[in-house]
Design a protein around this ligand. Structure first.
Ligand SMILES: Nc1ncnc2c1ncn2[C@@H]1O[C@H](COP(=O)(O)OP(=O)(O)OP(=O)(O)O)[C@@H](O)[C@H]1O
Length: 265
């Protein structure tokens, strides 16, 4: 691998200054044999802003995440990247642009340490041909620097991730996305399996990512968490987009009302 692939995001380095979103969904819809999973979904993600994605079970959140991450393609509307329409054919293409997803399962290699996990399939090596060797020292150094930059409290080397806490594992999975140069991070219920203290650590990390200019789409069922972390909230209900709201305009009971469909007033 080359040094150029070792990019971590930096504040507002990309679009956003001119008001163009990094990523936009325009009237996106997806149907399965007569079932509307989602329709009329429009939202924009900007560097250094957190968009919450909220809705009851079956509201269409996962479908929307799968569209943004390139797993599924919309059959209505379109996706735009830095103002240009784009067709995200698969997750690899999305990652190539800088869109990465951290799913609840995390998909870590349990028997490897944090450094090996974040460099998995993109190991740094030196030399050439039969003399090519992986540069463990340099990977450990770069992993440690990345953990320090985002204050991710994990042992960089020597501890298998299976021995780590849920919050630490979440940190490793997020670091892996950052190492690939993610500008847009989709976080799928990152604290669903965590206790109060560990959830707090992950929430702090989300805010640090935001402060470093990452655009975040956060799926969460916790209204408190959404109000704490998000700048904007996109509310879905039964496959339809209810709207995108500024967090400043919402109380917790407004959010609940929007989710279940009662009059928010
Ligand atoms: N591949 C599929 N085939 C058929 N129906 C699907 C498919 N994927 C999603 N759906 C349907 O689309 C609707 C939205 O599903 P989706 O998983 O996006 O909701 P969700 O908000 O993520 O729900 P949850 O919080 O339970 O994960 C549901 O009615 C679901 O059954």
């Amino acid at each position: 691998m080359t040094d150029a692939s070792l990019r971590t995001p930096d504040a507002a380095a990309d679009s956003g200054g001119d008001g163009t979103p990094l990523l936009e969904l325009v009237d996106v819809g997806k149907h399965f044999a007569g079932i509307t999973a989602i329709t009329g979904a429009s939202l924009a993600l900007y560097p250094g802003r957190v968009m919450g994605l909220v809705g009851n079970n079956g509201a269409g959140k996962s479908t929307l995440v799968r569209i943004v991450s390139g797993v599924q393609q919309p059959d209505e509307g379109h996706v735009a990247w830095q103002g240009e329409p784009v067709r995200l054919r698969n997750p690899r293409q999305a990652r190539g642009l800088g869109i990465d997803t951290v799913y609840q399962e995390l998909a870590l290699a349990d028997d490897l340490d944090a450094t090996a996990n974040i460099f998995l399939n993109r190991e740094i090596s030196r030399g050439w041909g039969p003399f090519r060797v992986t540069s463990s020292k340099r990977m450990r150094r770069e992993a440690a620097a990345l953990f320090e930059k985002f204050a991710i409290q994990v042992p960089a080397s020597g501890t298998e991730v299976r021995q780590m806490s849920g919050g630490q594992r979440q940190g490793v999975a997020i670091a892996r996305a950052l190492l690939g140069g993610s500008k847009v991070l989709l976080l799928d219920e990152p604290t669903a399996a965590l206790g109060v203290e560990e959830s707090g650590h992950v929430e702090d990390l989300v805010l640090r990512l935001r402060d470093h200019g990452v655009a975040i789409l956060l799926v969460s069922h916790s209204v408190d968490q959404l109000l704490k972390l998000c700048d904007d909230l996109c509310v879905l209900r039964r496959g339809r987009m209810v709207g995108v709201y500024s967090r400043r305009d919402l109380t917790g009971s407004d959010v609940v009302s929007l989710i279940v469909g009662a009059d928010a007033s």
